[in-house]
Write a protein that binds this ligand. Structure first.
Ligand SMILES: *Cc1c(COP(=O)(O)O)cnc(C)c1O
Length: 357
């Protein structure tokens, strides 16, 4: 199997091998040390400012999106949400569900967030800003510096869902004034799904301390308090946390976050060069290194997905709903190389020869 989806993605040998081991008991000093190390490396790789913390939630990325909305905002807030697709819409639904006042900045398909979009909301009494920096559903990457400047100028508390962008694109909590950064285990961390991570700066911790969360499992005060001893309130996905530990240490050893971003960006660049001669259009104005969204000019996207899966053992990432036939995505995260790109390109060339595309 060759997996070019956007998660779960392929894991390297180190992570795979751990998956074959027994899962240890976790209320031990050894596991606490591993969790301290996970927290330290997560803060290092996100450039979290002094006094920040990282918590590990057992649940997919959406669990941490929901925990964030429930713990850092309350009825006194009024937030802006960038909604450019499926994941932006998820934050809209979450704020609606948890009675957080919000205004949506809708980005029509094919467009992106501009300074003009933001200027309309200048000095309008907002308190927070939520964005999925890479709207993975359509492969659109927003300009984080633009957002960061706008939030700084307006004193907005900035929540960045970097679930598919962390380790693939540059991001710096301190320089870009990010108060909360969210990521997940099954994207560029390239581990099995089940863990999501929330990195919190001092302002975020103070908000959490002052808000009573109406959930037991998602209470971040509880998570922070347990984290002080390297533990979680409830049984976490212990095996996945051990895999994350190995992966974070490996990245650290190989030159850190910038080297990993460079590695992924090389794979993306290589693919985007090689796809040029085939009948596809890259369809986003600003791209993340994590994904290339492609519009097939001569065939249905869903047919290409099915044929590659069934006849070639290659998984690309299909789209659903209205975009099912017109868009698919090729991921560059996980244990992929430029040689794997060649395998996919050769399969697509074969489809061309067969008259399918
Ligand atoms: C994958 C992803 C999520 C989380 O989805 P889960 O299925 O809950 O892990 C959230 N936001 C973005 C931008 C994503 O790419």
């Amino acid at each position: 199997m060759l997996n070019f989806t956007v998660g779960p993605v392929m894991s390297d040998e180190i992570v795979l091998e751990i998956g074959g081991n027994q899962v240890p008991y976790f209320r031990t000093p050894e596991f606490s040390d591993l969790m301290f190390e996970n927290e330290k490396l997560m803060k290092k790789f996100t450039y979290a400012p002094e006094g920040s913390r990282a918590v590990f939630i057992t649940g997919s990325g959406t669990a941490s999106m929901e925990a964030t909305v429930m713990n850092v905002f309350d009825e006194n807030d009024n937030v802006l949400i960038v909604n450019g697709g499926g994941f932006g819409n998820r934050f809209v639904e979450l704020c609606k569900l948890h009675n957080i006042k919000y205004t949506e900045i809708s980005i029509p398909l094919g467009e992106t967030l501009t300074k003009e979009n933001l200027d309309k909301y200048d000095a309008k009494g907002f308190t927070g800003f939520i964005v999925n920096i890479h709207e993975t559903s359509i492969g659109l990457h927003y300009d984080l510096d633009l957002i960061s400047e706008f939030c700084y100028k307006n004193g907005l508390f900035l929540v960045v869902d970097a679930i598919s962008s962390f380790l693939a694109d540059s991001i710096n909590m301190e320089k870009q004034n990010i108060n909360v950064l969210i990521t997940g285990s099954q994207k560029a961390l390239a581990c099995p799904p089940g863990i999501s991570v929330i990195v919190l700066d001092k302002k975020a911790i103070s908000r959490i301390n002052n808000i009573t969360c109406k959930s037991m499992y998602f209470d971040l005060n509880d998570a922070l308090k347990n984290g002080e001893r390297g533990q979680t309130p409830f049984t976490p996905a212990v095996g996945t946390l051990i895999q994350i530990n190995a992966r974070l240490k490996e990245i650290d050893k190989n030159g850190g976050v910038e080297s990993e971003i460079k590695r992924i960006s090389n794979v993306a660049y290589d693919f985007r060069l090689k796809i040029k001669d085939l009948p596809f259009e890259i369809c986003a104005s600003e791209l993340s290194n994590a994904v290339t969204p492609l519009h097939p000019l001569t065939a249905k996207a869903s047919d290409i997905f099915n044929i590659l899966k069934d006849e070639y053992g290659i998984w690309i990432c299909p789209n659903g709903g209205d975009l099912e036939d017109t868009l698919f995505r090729v991921g560059h995260i996980g244990a992929l190389t430029t040689k794997d790109n060649d395998t996919l390109i050769n399969a697509l060339k074969d489809l061309e020869k067969r008259g399918i595309i």
